[in-house]
Structure formats: C-alpha cells, structure tokens
Design a protein around this ligand. Sequence first.
Ligand code: GAL
Length: 414
Amino acid sequence: MKRFALATASSLAVLASTSVMAEPQAEVLHWWTSGGEAKSVAVLQEEFAANGGTWTDMPVAGGGGDAAMTALRARVLSGNAPTAVQLKGPAIQEWYEEGVLADISNVAEAEGWDKVLPASIAAHMKCEGTWCAAPVNVHRVDWIWANADVLAANGIEMPTTWDEFNAAAEKLQAAGVIPLAHGGQAWQDATVFETVVLGLGGPEFYKKALVELDPEALTSDTMVKVFDQMRTLRGFVDENFSGRDWNLATAMVMNGEAAFQIMGDWAKGEFLAAGKEPGKDFLCASTPGDGYLYNVDSFAMFDVEGDDKRAGQELLAKLIVAPKFQEVFNLNKGSIPARTDVALDKFDMCAKISAEDMATSSENGSLLPSYAHGMALRGAQAGAITDVVTAHFNSDMSSQEAVQQLADAVANSY
Ligand code: GAL
C-alpha cells in the first residue's frame, strides 16, 4: 500500500515535470489575413516563438470570420479541434455548451485579469464563472473613414448626420468620385446596417432591435427609415461592389478612387500598414449619432490532449493579455487594448477618440455590442437578420417588406 502510494506520488511528479518541461505548441485558427491583420497576428507569433513556443498557423481567409467558423465546426466535428481559436461574443458560450472548451482560469487568476479588464469585457470571457477566453482588443465598429484629399478637393467636411452624409455623397457622385467604398459581402452589409440602426434610432432603439430583438422595434417606422437609408447608400456604391473584400474597399479610399468607407477600425490597420497617417492622409469619425458599437476579439482554447498543447494554451493566454502585447498588437490592428492599464501615449487620434467615447458611452449606457461582429446575438439570430439585410441591399425589396421579413426571420430563428 505504502509502495503503491509512493509509486503514485513519483509518477505524479514525473507528470508534473513533463508538463513544465513540455515545449509549448499551438495550432491557431484565425481569419487575420489582410495586410494590417497579418502584421498584427505576426506580433503574437513572434512573442510565442520568443517564449519557446511552436506556432502552427491555420489562417482561414474571409473578413468577419464566417469561413473560419465553418472550418472550426468541421475540425471539432471530426474530433480534431485546433488548440486555440479566434472566437468571440456569444459564440464562446455556444462552444462552451458543447463541452469542448478548455478552462484557462489558472492563467487568468495568476495574471489577475479581473483587476485589469472592464467588467463588460470580462463577462464575455467567462463561462459559468470560469475563464474560457482571452481578450486581445476592443474594436469600434461605427466608424467612417475618408480620403482627406478627396474631401478637401470637393469642399466636404466629415459628415455628422446621415443627411449630411447623403448630401456629401451626392456632391461626390456628381464630381465623378465613388462616394462609398463597399464590399458586397453579407457581413459588410450587416456592418453598415448596424451603424445606421444606431445612428437613426439611437442607442435605446439599437438595444431593443438588435440586442433584445423586440418585434415592435423590428417592425417600427424607425426600422423602415433604416432600410430607406440602406437603399440610399446602395445608390452610392460602385457597380463592381459585389463580393469585394473589405480591405480592397479600404484600398479604394486610400488611392482616392472612393471617398468614404463605413467599417470597423481594423480598416485603420490597413491604412497604417500602407504607411498612411491619420488626420493627414485619411480621416476618422464615428458614424452619425450617439453610442459606441464594440467588437472584442478574443481567443478560446479547445480541449485537447497533450502536455505540449496545454503548455501552448497557457503560454498563449498569458501573452495575449500581457500589457506589452496589448500595446504592440493594437497599434497594428487599429483597435485599442482590452486592458484598462495600458497607456495610450503611442496611439493615434482615432484610437484616443475610441477610448474616450468608450468610457463616456459606458457611463451613459450607450456602449453596445455589435450584432454584425458576433457580440450581441447567438449565431442563428444574427444570421437571420443578416440574411434579410443582404437580401434587401441586393434587390429592390421595399423597406416595408424588409421590416416584415426581419421580424419573421427572427421569430423563426429560435
Ligand atoms: C472582425 C474582427 C476583426 C477584423 C474583421 C475583418 O470580425 O473582429 O478583428 O479583422 O473582422 O476581418
């Protein structure tokens, strides 16, 4: 009995030392493949390698991550989950409910994440009280980007209302400039749509319609006006917009072919990667109206076998939330750190506006989760809304018909 106990104790010691000695491995599934995104994820790859880790990259191209999520499902269903996955919002909870996520509470507790993350962000990272994801940033979605020279040449200021936006766009169109650089992919239509919902309806309306899915809000006159504005915006995009990637739309603004893009601040990552300067080459302003739509990127670890993989998950989680990484990564990515204790001295004016507006909106209740970027709703509900938004944008469907379809699609999505 004593011998057995001894043997058990010594094999436990061996086990413990293997996991300490194990060389950290991580296969990382993500969708960061554009210029600015690739530069950002490289920061993590380099830090991981510098700390003795071996990174196996699994990039799945496609802005917004739809293709990446399809690839993830296939991998998990075949019993071969990647070690770490770019995953966010309610999708984290959905995977947790499938019983396939690893618990990273030991790292979170050792590193004191609760003390350095805003409660609203920490809440997305926890599954029934345990930590199940690590946040890298806060992206703001409700931005307009503009080519500074194009606006100046046409005597146009950054619009502060949707009417001003429409007037500016008409003037630009008359001058032969494409007013709005847009990529006709469902998630990009949804991105523009949610900024219009926030802008025309206000924060309360946004919450009722796109967070609480209140049928009255979905079929309201305000929502009719939102679809009217989407139809107006459709008239401001060029005829080749279908299927275009978001970063190619950003490039159109960069090279002066188009004046504006409505897109989250990962677009800023593209401008910066191309050597463009905010305030000089390009301008940023929040889309018209109050409020702030947040989109927090994070990584979840999947339940995998092997000390090396588990060591990789722990190392990754630790690096991701560490202050140094949060600074360097976000300087490249266009977002701001998720941690509240990282100084913004090195960040540009757009990032500073984002941080200030985030603080104000958090105080006055207008800090809201982006539905288009998977922060507000579960996949089925978000997908139902996006289908209608895209169908409307790509047809001559009336706004009345769109709101009816919207309410029906949501009702049938549960
Ligand atoms: C978002 C993601 C961002 C960004 C964008 C385009 O959903 O949160 O990090 O990269 O997609 O791919």
